[in-house]
Design a protein around this ligand. Structure first.
Ligand SMILES: [Mg+2]
Ligand SMILES: [Zn+2]
Length: 221
């Protein structure tokens, strides 16, 4: 029996060329943000804790500026619409698994027609003094990484005996998922991590590279 292929695709730094969380925080430049970003990247702070702290540096009254900045400055990586079409044409399920925030993830993805229940990301609450991130998809089961949006938990809903699981990512939010899946497409920090852990990976720069590799694998099975 051939396995159903399923793609778990990161958002920040993957679907978009840059990390939107870092771009927002760098632009508004509240005191103390660099140390928090460094702690997330070197994994001395969990993603959930770090991202929560970063947004608490921004007053909720800045909502419109923050949302506008995030949406107008993001650029979609080349080939994304083509990868979606390729997935649809070849019966590959496609999920966005993002450590990003709803207020930029949904608007930036809206032109692409991805069903909302195929998009996993964090939430936001602007009703208090500071911007508060909410976590509708927390770690379950054996994951103790405090991911915020737990990719491992999502991926585990697709058992390895029935699914060929493919992860596309770039950085720290992808590390745990990369250890689980059958195929990793990586760039940036994720490439270094895969090399360090001895996990096989395919490097990509655009989604055309991903499509080419998926076609090659198709041809050999
Ligand atoms: Mg990323
Ligand atoms: Zn987790």
């Amino acid at each position: 029996m051939t396995k159903q292929r399923v793609i778990f695709c990161d958002f920040d730094g993957t679907i978009t060329e840059n990390d939107n969380i870092v771009a927002i925080i760098r632009h508004f430049n509240p005191p103390g943000w660099e140390a928090i970003v460094n702690s997330i990247v070197n994994q001395s702070k969990s993603i959930k804790q770090g991202v929560g702290e970063l947004f608490r540096l921004l007053p909720a009254s800045m909502k419109n500026e923050v949302v506008d900045y995030a949406i107008s400055n993001a650029r979609i990586r080349a080939g994304f619409a083509d990868l979606l079409r390729y997935s649809k044409d070849n019966d590959i399920q496609f999920y966005v698994t993002s450590g990003g925030i709803d207020f930029f993830v949904y608007p930036l993805l809206s032109p692409f027609g991805i069903p909302e229940d195929h998009i996993y990301c964090n939430g936001s609450d602007f009703s208090g003094d500071a911007i508060e991130i909410t976590w509708p998809h927390p770690c379950e089961g054996q994951c103790t990484t405090d991911c915020g949006m737990c990719k491992k938990t999502i991926i585990n809903r697709f058992p390895a005996d029935r699914f060929e699981r493919i992860l596309i990512g770039d950085s720290v939010t992808d590390f745990e998922g990369a250890k689980l899946v059958d195929v990793v497409f990586s760039r940036s920090h994720l490439t270094l991590k895969c090399a360090e852990l001895g996990l096989p990976y395919h490097e990509y720069e655009t989604f055309y590279d991903v499509i080419d590799q998926l076609k090659r694998q198709e041809a050999t099975t």
